[in-house]
Design a protein around this ligand. Structure first.
Ligand code: SF4
Ligand code: SF4
Length: 160
């Protein structure tokens, strides 16, 4: 479980915190590696604006919306200008998504149980943990994939 609500609270209190990132290395493709936090943000936190200003402002055509309104960032195109962060009226994205060279010591492969445990240990207390819960919209818990649950407030009520 990754508790995006709690993570945001922690980040507001500690704005310079270098957060550990979990990802699935086998997902490497033309879209580039995506951290779980970025995937969860576009899937659940983003309000899926009809005329998405983030897409319009991007100088590199690095953002695209799929048929479900979910934004994808092509990391190979993104030039880290952060214009999308500035223009988003809802403060959806966090600027630390857009660093080109992440500290590899903070990247954890969530396909591997040992790395997953290290990721949990490295994250701020209570923000990431193992659970046998299932998706539970009444508790703001949603499934990102077969290994990851996300706790987040949804704006789009159609997803509840
Ligand atoms: S940070 Fe990347 S995705 Fe965002 S506007 Fe700039 S180039 Fe586009
Ligand atoms: S502007 Fe913000 S809320 Fe709107 S689609 Fe882009 S990221 Fe989502």
């Amino acid at each position: 479980m990754i508790d995006m609500i709690k993570l945001r609270e922690v980040m507001v209190e500690n704005p310079d915190l270098d957060l550990p990132e979990g990802l699935f290395y086998q997902s490497l493709n033309s879209n580039g590696l995506k951290t779980i936090r970025e995937l969860a943000t576009f899937r659940f936190t983003c309000r899926k604006c009809e005329d998405a200003p983030c897409i319009a402002v991007c100088p590199a055509e690095a953002l695209e919306k799929d048929q479900d309104g979910i934004i994808t960032r092509y990391t190979n195109l993104c030039v880290s200008c952060k214009s999308c962060v500035t223009i988003c009226p809802f403060g959806t994205m966090m600027t630390d998504f857009f660093v080109h060279h992440r500290n590899r010591d903070l990247l954890y492969n969530l396909n591997d149980d040992g790395e997953t445990q290290k990721f949990i240990d490295a994250c701020p207390e209570g923000t990431v943990y193992l659970t046998d819960q299932d998706e539970s919209p009444e508790k703001n818990i949603y499934r990102l994939n077969d290994r990851i649950l996300i706790r987040e407030y949804l704006y789009n009520t159609e997803m509840k």
